[in-house]
Write a protein that binds this ligand. Structure first.
Ligand code: ATP
Ligand code: ZN
Length: 290
């Protein structure tokens, strides 16, 4: 069953009618724009699957998902996947659920490792042409759990000058962060690697008998912050979080911005920094001339 029309006179049984209130109440200028927006999510595990579900329920136009893993019974301590999906690839299981929640969304699902040569090339191609009408994707979100995959996304997004969100939950589930990366304008993942990731990455090099705590609460909170900032970015309201860090024991949040590192080891990051500095200079000159 298709949901008809997202115009002003939305029917009460339309799941979007309540979202459209955001427009009537003056929060968002044009909520319908969400239907033309596209988001690419790498990793549909504990955080990425919930983010994908939130965006789907918000009426996103198109979603591209990557993951190389299968649904396991051990994932039931998280949200989203069900025991009936055990054995399916995460991307196929996710696509099925998301498509039934919102029949109007377009979903591309890739059971792929983005750190292999072919996987990485595939990812770059989808960022460039994965939008609703073959244009560039609007936003990339990283919900992976390891350093190599984050570095691959970082390199690709620096190269393509693509805005992306990074996220992470610590192994003991007591801290989490999201970070908004604007190439050349904010620190990239190689400019300054968040402490939480460095810590959790040490543990990602599998240790015998150690298992991630994976609380659905911390993962759900993190997915919520990612989705909220994705909406703010796509629909242009409020302020973006930049680095939003969460301490679960203290229920304490910090929010700050990290400037890019002029000595970043990523060549493409330094190139973006130089370009943006020129743009800034030009903008200032333009304003002075007016
Ligand atoms: P845990 O690490 O807690 O045992 P997990 O592996 O499911 O569980 P999550 O943090 O829930 O980890 O999700 C991260 C997701 O990112 C996983 O589904 C994983 O398969 C995916 N992922 C990680 N690296 C890559 C990669 N290189 N390419 C594609 N997907 C990846
Ligand atoms: Zn950098």
């Amino acid at each position: 069953q298709k949901y008809k029309g997202m115009s002003e006179e939305v029917k009460d049984d339309n799941p979007y009618s309540r979202l459209m209130a955001l427009k009537r109440m003056g929060v968002v200028q044009n909520y319908e724009k969400i239907r033309d927006c596209s988001v690419l999510v790498v990793g549909v595990g504990g955080v990425g699957s919930v983010l994908a579900e939130m965006l789907t329920r918000c009426g996103l136009g198109k979603l591209i998902i990557y993951d190389y893993d299968k649904v396991e019974l051990a994932n039931m301590n998280r949200l989203f996947y069900t025991p009936q999906q055990v054995g399916l690839s995460k991307v196929d299981a996710a696509k099925g659920t998301l498509q039934s929640i919102n029949p109007e969304i377009t979903i591309e699902a890739y059971n792929m490792n983005i750190t292999t040569n072919s996987g990485f090339e595939h990812l770059l191609d989808r960022i460039k042409k994965g939008g609703k009408n073959g244009e560039r994707i609007n936003l990339v979100v990283s919900c992976v759990d390891n350093y190599a995959a984050r570095m691959a996304i970082n390199t690709g997004c620096n190269e393509l000058d693509q805005i992306w969100f990074e996220s992470g939950v610590s192994e003991d589930a007591m801290s989490a962060h999201i970070q908004i990366m604007i190439p050349g304008e904010t620190a990239c993942f190689a400019c300054a690697t968040p402490l939480a990731v460095v810590e959790s990455n040490e543990h990602t090099i599998k240790r015998e008998g150690v298992c991630a705590a994976s609380l659905p609460t911390t993962m759900g909170i993190t997915a919520g912050f990612l989705a909220q900032n994705a909406l703010k970015f796509l629909l242009d309201f409020g302020d973006l979080a930049f680095v939003l860090a969460y301490n679960a024991k203290a229920d304490f949040f910090t929010n700050y911005m990290i400037k890019p590192n002029s000595e970043c080891k990523e060549n493409e990051c330094r190139k973006r920094q130089a370009e943006k500095a020129v743009n800034k200079q030009e903008n200032i000159l333009e304003r002075l001339e007016q």
